[in-house]
Design a protein around this ligand. Sequence first.
Ligand code: ADP
Length: 352
Amino acid sequence: MSVIVEQLTKRFTAGGTPAVSDVSFHAPSAAITTLLGPSGAGKSTLLRLIAGLELPDSGSVRIEGVDCTQLPVQKRGIGVVFQSYALFKHMTVRQNIAFGLETRRLPRADIEARVDEMLRLVQLEELGKRYPGQLSGGQRQRVAFARALAIRPKLLLLDEPFGALDSRVRIELREWLQSLHEQTGVTTLLVTHDQEEALEISQHVVVLSDGRVAQAGPPEEIYDRPATPFVASFVGGTSVLRGSVRSGRAQVGTLVVAAPQSAREGESVQAFVRPHDIKLARAANGDSELTTSRVERLKSVGGYVKVLLKLPSGETVTVEVPRAEFDDLGVVEGDHVHADVRMAKVFLGDFA
Ligand code: ADP
């Protein structure tokens, strides 16, 4: 394990709610680990504690076996990229990349060779003489990566590095980051609030909520076996429906779900339904129906439409319908539709 954080706590006001509260996690060596959570969850504070830009009230940070908890930033062997470019405007791309090497007093020839190597790595060989103001947002962020990697850090810390870019560039740079990581293999911690980005890019995910770790594990595990209702809904956009155990099975509205053997008669349960495990239809067509539901809200998101359904029970369910299917269906807000649930995909919460 390359980064080991143990029982880290940070308060900004004495006696106030901690921004980071008793956080422990491991980030595997040579992998990308994401710190995922909504705004205010404590992601940036945690990253800044690991970087040494903030000091914790208690707890420890070990990087490659070295206790760094009290070490200054420059002694930790880390590279950092923030959302805002933070490049030196009056320096060329080459000078920006060389900056960290010059402060380390490397010989000039080594610096020039390393800068060339970094320019090749981030595919900006042609732009070394430009100033940041003459680059696109995506290019500037690639320079920021080159500068962070030039010192050959043991650990790369990324705080929403694509957050300020438009969505097309952001998606391009996501793929670019994966291939960059394949080439460098440097242990990386990435802060993001975007669950799709986390699931796509990383090998390990730490989900944060209210300054605490809600769950940590590989992306498939986080998605398939969420440990809390918060993780289920934040990571999978999953809807929660309430029901109870009747004759050994869970009755959830009109749905009947297999219940665990340990379930007791009358016990209340929570059933989780993922947004792409529901098919909408104009007419009833099966026994997995979620009763006729009202279309509360429609939101087009690129290739699909998010449909918010209101069930007769008053509960709401989010459904994702591929664009072409949605156009065939032709529903508008206020319509009533039938919702066909892929029952095999519904799971019951097993939360303490
Ligand atoms: P995230 O990165 O997940 O959005 P942050 O780590 O930025 O969350 O913030 C976590 C909490 O700590 C928030 O309530 C935020 O207001 C508070 N916080 C962060 N930085 C400071 C600071 N420098 N001073 C006071 N409060 C802060």
